[in-house]
Design a protein around this ligand. Sequence first.
Ligand code: NDP
Ligand code: MG
Length: 381
Amino acid sequence: MKKIAILGSTGSIGTQTLEIARTNGDLEITALAAGSNVERLEAQIREFHPSLAAVWTEEKAKELKSRIRDLDVRVVTGMEGLIEVAEQPESGILVTAIVGMIGIRPTIAAMKAGKDIALANKETLVTAGHIIMPLAEECGVRILPVDSEHSAIFQCLNGENRGELHKILLTASGGPFRGKKKEELRDVQVEDALKHPNWSMGRKITIDSATLVNKGLEMMEARWLFGVEPEDIKIVVQPKSIIHSMVEFADGAVIAQLGTPDMKLPIQYALYYPQRRYLPGERLDFWKLGQITFEEPDMENFPGLGLAFDAAAAGGSLPTVYNAANERAVALFLDRKIGFLEIPELIERCMKEHKVIKAPSVEEILQTETEVYERIEQMRH
Ligand code: NDP
Ligand code: MG
C-alpha cells in the first residue's frame, strides 16, 4: 500500500487527492496538513485515519484537538508542524498541495527524509528550483508533477531521450479575460477574475490564471522540471484546455497529451506513476469537439507573462521577487485593496528595484520574500 502525506489537504488539489484515495481504496493517508479549515480537516481525519495532523495556528490546533478528542491523532502547528508532516517516517510520498512559497522548507525536509514529491506547489520550484532539482538527485527521490501542463509534458516524454527534446509547447487557456484590452481590464472585479472558463481551482491560482502570471510561473516550473532554457518554452493559447501541453523533438515531431480538463488525472498519474489507473469521468469526444483553436499569448495587455520571461532570463533571486510580489499583490486584489492591473505593476516595480542575488540560498530566498513584502507595504503608504 502506498503511504501518502498531504500538505494543504483542505484545498482544491488536496481534496481531489483524497477523492482519488477514496475511489482507489489502496492508498494509505498517514498525515494531513491544513491552514485553518478545521471543520473540513476533522471530516478528513475521521474518514482517512492519519496519525498526524497539522494546522497553522495554536488557536486552530486547540479547536481541532477538542473536535477529535476521541481519536488518537497527534496535532502539530506552524512551520515545525508542516515539516513534521513532511518528514513523517510512515509516508513514502508527500503531496505538496499548499499554496505559496511556504512550501519550500517542508518540501526540502521531505526530500532529505527520502520521500518522493507529488508537486502541485509550483511556487516552490519557481523560487528554489536551483536547490530542489539537484537535491532530488542527491537524495534519490522523484519529483512527480501534478500541475496538468507539467504532467502532460512528463507523459509526452515517457520513453523518449531527453537530449532530443527541442521545445516545450506550454498550453494556456488565456483565462477569463482573453481578448480584453488594458482599458477593459482596469475595472474588472474580483468576482469576474474568479470565473475561470475551464477549471475550478483555489482562489490564488485562479487570479494568476486571469493575469497570465500562472503561465509565467508554469514556464519557470517547466524549466526546472525538464531542464530546458526559458527560450525553449513556447506559450500556446488553446482556449478549451483540451491539449494539456506538447513537446517538440529534434526531428520536428510534436507529441501532445489531451483529455477533458480534470485535475484528478494528473494527480492520480503522479501517485501511481508509471501505472495508469481507471479514472471515472467524461471522455473526449472529437466529433462533438469539432475543432481546437490556437492563438499567440497577448503579452501587451497581460504584462505578467512577459515579466516572468524577464525574471527567468535574469534568474537568481529575481523569480522570487516576481513570485513574492505576485503573492502579495493577489492577496491585496482579493481584499479589494488594489485593481487588477496593479498586480503586474507591483511585480514590475519590485523587480526593477531588486539587486539580483545569483543562486540564492533558502535563507536568502526567504529574506528576499520578506523584503518584497515590506517594500510593497511601503509603496502603499
Ligand atoms: P487552495 O487555496 O484551494 O488550497 C490551499 C491549501 O493550502 C488549503 O488546504 C489551505 O488550508 C492550505 N494552506 C494555506 N496556508 C497554509 C498554512 N499556512 N499552513 C498549512 N496549510 C496551509 O489551493 P489549490 O489547491 O488551488 O493550489 C495548491 C497549489 O497547487 C498551488 O501552488 C497551485 O498553484 C497549485 N495548483 C493548483 C491547481 C488546481 O487545480 N487547484 C492546478 C495546478 C497547480 P485551509 O484552507 O485549511 O486554510
Ligand atoms: Mg497548470
